[in-house]
Design a protein around this ligand. Structure first.
Ligand code: OSB
Ligand code: MG
Length: 372
C-alpha cells in the first residue's frame, strides 16, 4: 500500500451565517473555518479545525492553527509516515497544547484511513444507533419577543431540545419567558460560556425554578473547584464544556464533583479518539454526555453525529441541521427528518465530500505542506 499521507493542504474558508450568532463571548456574522486535506497515494481525507477567527472561546484561533500546523504539526506528521489515526496523537504529543489544530490532523488521517478500507466514522467509533435526536443552540437575542419567535421557529422545524445562551443580564427573564410560552415538556438547557463567578450563585439559583436539563459552563475554564462548590448551591445539574480538555480533565471534574454532565467537543479535546475516551470514562461513572458543536460544516457535523450515536450520548446534542447556520453548506446538507432526528452517515469515512464549487466560492486562502 502507498503512503497514507504524502502532503497536506490547508484551506481557510469563510462562510456567511444565516443570522448573527451571539454568545457571552461576542457576536459573529460569518464563520472562518480551517480545513485540512491530507493527500496520499490512494486517496484523500478531510479534517476540520474548529478554532474560531478570534481566541474568545479558547486560546486557539484559525490563523494561529495555520501557523502551528505549517511550522510544527504537519512536518511531524509527514516525517512519521503514519498509517493510522491512532498514531497521530503520539506523534504530535511533542508539541504542547493546540488541541484543535491536532484534532484536525487526526480527523483528516482518520477519514483517509477509513475511506481506504470502506468503513464509516460511525462504524469505527462504535455507533449503536442509525439516527440521533437533534438539539439546537440559540444565541442571545436583542429582545425577549425576538427570542420567543426564534425558539418557536426551531420547535416548529422539529428540534427536540433547545439550548439558550445566557450571560449576566440575559438569564432568568428569557428562560422564564421560554418556559412559560413553550411549556414544561420542552427539553431546555442554558449555556453561559464561562460568564459568571461563584459570587453570582444567587442569580444562578433562580434558574432552579425552571427545571432545566443542565447549566453549561457557568464559571471560568479553570474553576473546577468552584464549579464543585456551585454544584452544592444550585439544583440545576452542572455540565462542563470549556473546562474539559482531555480524558484526564474529565476524570478530574467527575472526581471533584464539578460536573454531573459533560459536553464533548472533539476539537476541544484533541480529536475523535480522545472524545471517545471521555465518553468511555463518563459512561463508566454514570455521567451523561452529549455532543457539542462549533458551527461545523457538513464535514465536522457528520463526524459529530457519528460520535453522538455512541451509547453514552444520552442527551440530545448541538447536532443541528446544516441550515441552522448555513444557507449553503460545503457538502450535501445535513437535514432533520420528520421527527427531529439526524441520520448517522453511512458512507466510507465522513460519508460526504465538499462540493468543489462551494469550496471555491468560500475559500479565502490555501497553503500546501509537503514532505520534501
Ligand atoms: O459553547 O457550545 C458552545 C458555538 C461556538 C462556540 C462555543 C459554543 C457554540 C455553540 C453552538 O453553542 C453549537 C453549534 O450548534 O454548533
Ligand atoms: Mg458551550
Amino acid at each position: 500500500m502507498g503512503r497514507l499521507v504524502a502532503g497536506v493542504e490547508l484551506r481557510l474558508v469563510r462562510m456567511p451565517l444565516r443570522t448573527p450568532f451571539q454568545t457571552s463571548n461576542g457576536v459573529s456574522t460569518e464563520r472562518d473555518i480551517l480545513l485540512l486535506r491530507c493527500v496520499g497515494a490512494e486517496g484523500e481525507g478531510w479534517g476540520e479545525c474548529v478554532a474560531e477567527r478570534e481566541p474568545t472561546y479558547s486560546s486557539e484561533y484559525a490563523l494561529g492553527a495555520v501557523d502551528v500546523l505549517r511550522r510544527f504539526l504537519v512536518p511531524l506528521l509527514l516525517a512519521a509516515q503514519v498509517e493510522s489515526a491512532e498514531e497521530v496523537a503520539p506523534v504530535l504529543a511533542a508539541i504542547v497544547g493546540h488541541p484543535m489544530a491536532k484534532a484536525a490532523v487526526e480527523m483528516a488521517v482518520l477519514d483517509a484511513a477509513l475511506r481506504r478500507r470502506g468503513e464509516s466514522f460511525g462504524q469505527f467509533l462504535g455507533a449503536t444507533r442509525s439516527r440521533i435526536p437533534a438539539g439546537v443552540s440559540v444565541g442571545i437575542q436583542p429582545t425577549i419577543p425576538a427570542l420567543l419567535e426564534v425558539v418557536g421557529a426551531f420547535i416548529d422545524e422539529g428540534y427536540l431540545r433547545i439550548k439558550l445562551k445566557i450571560q449576566p443580564g440575559w438569564d432568568v427573564d428569557p428562560v422564564r419567558a421560554v418556559r412559560q410560552r413553550f411549556g414544561d415538556e420542552l427539553l431546555l438547557q442554558v449555556d453561559a460560556n464561562a460568564a459568571y463567578d461563584l459570587a453570582d450563585a444567587g442569580t444562578l439559583r433562580r434558574l432552579d425554578d425552571f427545571d432545566l436539563l443542565l447549566i453549561e459552563q457557568p464559571l471560568h475554564h479553570d474553576d473546577l473547584r468552584q464549579h464543585a462548590r456551585l454544584a452544592g448551591l444550585i439544583r440545576t445539574p452542572i455540565c462542563l464544556d470549556e473546562s474539559i480538555v482531555s480524558a484526564r480533565s474529565a476524570a478530574d471534574a467527575i472526581a471533584l464533583g464539578a460536573a454531573s454532565i459533560i459536553n464533548i467537543k472533539p476539537g476541544r479535546v484533541g480529536g475523535y479518539l480522545e472524545a471517545r475516551r471521555i465518553h468511555d470514562v463518563a459512561h463508566a461513572h454514570g455521567v451523561a454526555v452529549w455532543c457539542g458543536g462549533m458551527l461545523e460544516t457538513g464535514l465536522g457535523r457528520r463526524a459529530n453525529i457519528a460520535l453522538a450515536a455512541l451509547p453514552g450520548f444520552t442527551l440530545p446534542g448541538d447536532t443541528s441541521a446544516s441550515d441552522r447556520f448555513y444557507s449553503r453548506d460545503l457538502t450535501d446538507p445535513v437535514t432533520l427528518d420528520a421527527d427531529g432526528h439526524v441520520a448517522v452517515p453511512v458512507g466510507p469515512g465522513l460519508g460526504a465530500l465538499p462540493d468543489p464549487d462551494a469550496l471555491d466560492d468560500y475559500t479565502v486562502e490555501t497553503w500546501w505542506v509537503d514532505g520534501t
